[in-house]
Design a protein around this ligand. Structure first.
Ligand SMILES: [Fe+2]
Ligand SMILES: [Fe+2]
Length: 364
């Protein structure tokens, strides 16, 4: 940057040798470095030598000082470069033309050393202040650019980490659910369909998108508590005794206990679903006999989805009901077992139900 340079460099353009020499000697004696040019073309070509100020003769052959000044101003690199005209012409018109061409000041010929010194140094000071300001502005802009890039990178890393964490969470949950499946008669197909029915229902009753996604990922955990249920009860083909029934119902409590160790939204919703998916609208469900809207919406949604898929899919102990039959049974449970509004919405969604069933090509 020019402002950081110790010695200022001045370009003199004059076709008269004795004036060039005079100016050069004067400016060197004042402590400046000097470049000289015999005409406008040479002056323009020497601008690249890191010039801090140009001193232009007005009358030069081939290209006069006005045109040189205009060309300098038309180049964005030199738009702030101070230009002083050294001229013998002092008419108002000449001065106006010089200003229009981009000149900053004049030195009258014959040249006088004090005038050269004062005008040169004041223009150089202005330029130095401008350069310092520009340097500061550039530095600030660069800082903003760097900071923005740093922030963007940090944000991207955070999002990446969060995504990895969510994926790791989901993988853990799937492993846990698979572990429970080993003991249960339910299948991977049931869990997938049931979770998609649940999220479809959540979307249709206009739960916020975040909750729709939560129910999609949390509902597979509804029967995770069966990991604590004795196998002979889970796999018993005959009707369960009262005591066996009581033990079976414990899977809701076990599930909620397994999932209560985390503060994540996903596991909290999973816990709520595990605990409440067997509650019934009329209060006859378990484990807490909750009634109506006291049953959390997540539990009510999962109950509809779970019952429908259990009815409409084949199990080792039963044939599959057709969708129409399954929906009729669901409809008959409206207001007793299941939330009537959810049943209405679900039974109106046969197209989506079939689409989900067809998209999940896992053996029932
Ligand atoms: Fe269950
Ligand atoms: Fe289930």
């Amino acid at each position: 940057m020019n402002s950081l340079k110790k010695t200022k460099r001045i370009l003199i353009a004059d076709d008269e040798e004795y004036i060039r020499d005079l100016l050069r000697e004067t400016l060197v004696s004042l402590g400046y470095e000097v470049e000289v040019a015999q005409d406008g073309f040479e002056a323009l070509s020497k601008l690249v030598f890191d010039i801090d100020l140009v001193m232009l003769d007005v009358e030069m052959p081939r290209m006069d000082g006005y045109e040189v000044a205009q060309r300098i101003r038309n180049d964005p690199r030199y738009k702030d470069l101070p230009i002083i005209f050294a001229t013998g012409m002092e008419s108002r018109r000449d001065r106006l033309r010089a200003v229009e061409a981009g000149g900053n000041d004049f030195i009258a010929k014959p040249l006088e050393i004090t005038e050269i010194s004062v005008r040169t140094s004041s223009l150089l000071q202005v330029k130095e202040a401008n350069d310092a300001l520009k340097h500061h502005k550039d530095e600030l802009e660069q800082k903003v650019v760097n900071r923005t890039a740093e922030l963007r990178e940090a944000l991207e890393n955070m999002v990446k980490t969060q995504r990895l964490l969510v994926e790791a969470n989901l993988e853990t949950i799937h492993c846990l659910v698979s572990a429970a499946e080993y003991k249960d008669k339910d299948t991977a197909g049931h869990i997938k369909r049931m979770s998609h029915f649940s999220s479809m229902l959540a979307r249709k009753i206009q739960l916020p998108p975040g909750e729709v996604e939560l129910i999609l990922n949390a509902s597979p955990m509804h029967d995770i508590g069966k990991i604590g249920t004795p196998e002979e009860i889970l796999l018993k083909p005959e009707k369960l005794s009262l005591e066996e029934c009581r033990l079976m119902k414990q899977h809701t409590i076990y599930g909620s206990e397994i999932l209560s160790k985390s503060n994540s939204d996903l596991l909290q919703i999973g816990k709520l679903i595990a605990l409440t998916h067997h509650e019934k609208w009329d209060g006859s469900g378990y484990p807490n006999g909750l009634k109506g809207k006291d049953i959390p919406i997540f539990g009510r949604i999962c109950a509809v989805a779970d019952v429908f898929d259990a009815l409409s899919s084949k199990r080792p102990y039963k044939e599959a009901f057709s969708n129409e039959e399954a929906l009729r049974i669901i409809h008959d449970s409206s207001g007793t077992h299941l939330d009537p509004e959810l049943v209405d919405t679900f039974t109106e969604s046969i197209d989506e139900i079939v689409k989900i069933q067809n998209s999940i090509n896992i053996e029932v």
